[in-house]
Design a protein around this ligand. Sequence first.
Ligand code: NOJ
Length: 560
Amino acid sequence: MTSFQPAEPGTIDGARAPWWRSAVVYEVYLRSFADGDGDGVGDLAGLRSRLDHLADLGVDAVWITPWYPSPMADGGYDVSDYRDIDPRYGTLADADALLAAAHDRGLRVVVDLVANHTSVEHPWFRAALAAGPGSPERARYFFRDGRDGGESPPNDWISAFGGRAWTRVTEPDGRPGQWYLHLFAPQQPDLDWENPQVQADFDDILRFWFDRGVDGVRVDAAPAMAKEAGLPDAGHGPGAVFDSARWVGNPHWDVDGVHEVLRRWRRLADAHGDRLIVTESVVNGPERLARYVRPDEAHTTFNFDYLHAPWDGPTLRAVVDATLATLEPHGAPATWVFSSHDETRHVTRFGRAETGVALMGTGSTGEPTDLALGLRRARAAVLLTLALPGGVYLYQGEELGLPEVEDLPEEVLQDPTWERSGRTVRGRDGCRVPLPWSGTRPPFGFGPDGSVPWLPQPATWAALTAEAQRADPGSTLSLYRSALHLRRRRAELHEAPLTWVDDLAGRPGVLAFDRGPAFRCLVNLSAEPLPLAGHGRVLLASGPGDGALAPDTAVWLDRG
Ligand code: NOJ
């Protein structure tokens, strides 16, 4: 275990607020971040070699997507051993070295906890298959007899990746047998969280990682971790699609039992000190979301309403207000996020006519995209996001202004959505293309020269490498870095409430708010320039302007 002495980014005027209340957490999608051994896949050695980039950028923590042994049916979200590191990524010793190196730089480390489902290759599932119906091994999962004499699935539940959520197994005697539940890919069987053995095993897994020094866990698919007793039909009609942000009273999503699991983990996290539990909970609106951060549950949760919002002033303002109003009674800070390894990169989204997003982005919509417009908006968006009260999640590569890669050849696509949708929905690979670090041609420093990244990088990324942007004060990387460093220094961005500036209320395309008496953020989402006179001294702007804030531009001002 490593001891942790960070620079205390969460310090507020000498008083210590828990670090996670206003932390900026940088998502590392491990297999696409940096490749240390040249096999084309990112790994822990690569990540370690690039920690200085993250420390210099000014983030407070990294969230690392699953690093466990996995057959990679879903990019590692199909875990076959929760207490080890996939050999493609390194070893447990590499994980320890990474934790120590991150902590040395004042960076905290959050790991992914994928507890709704395992891999089909996990020994628990193999044992369940071998043991047969009615066995305690099968009771860890949802094995059920089919309907219609076993021929049809036990109910109408559907998979997030398309198609039904049940797969029939062949029993040890060779006959077609029971069905098992998988709300994601068939290679990801759901665990039954009512099972005491499942609960006890995950207590040990959490302790294992907390004792090794991880600073928190990101709970994957939290609302899936309880199912309504009796597994009743959900009423999904033919061709129904997974749409958990709209579901109400669904028997396989956001069922009350998930909160018992979170309470159990919160007790365990508290017993280990200053550890974070953050949930991924795509549920129906802020009221349902707030239930995940009640005082004895998770500390924070991702804000999908913000992530999915279109680039539109009134909508964003309504999301900010609803988020703050519903979380505040629980004493939980908000989080703000615009991109992740599951969504179309927001530079691309914001350059389309339809700027909002549906979960698990389609990758390519064929819509015309104005990337210059998208980048301008994304640059404004980061000033908006970093000025809001609470924590922030940044997705690797957004600091470089990377767009979605929409033209990946079909033969390289790996997201299970592609096959599960009958090759109609390309899925999430376009936001997972390995990062460009340096140089003028692939692999752009992602791995050693001559190595071939697992997804091809566009040649145009030569202009977007971290190296190319570092020295350019006008680059997106420089903007992110300046904003993050300024945010760290301005105490009011960690403690002062948000107040909307009402004298701009007549401009619905403008978001204007103060954080305390001396800090103002203006974001111009309208088509007209906004005069800046009287607002204060410009600290940082997302684009050029001369006495006026251009459309799709944001600015931070000092009013002291
Ligand atoms: C959410 C993760 O972010 C996503 O990448 C994964 O496919 C699903 N959960 C299933 O684990």
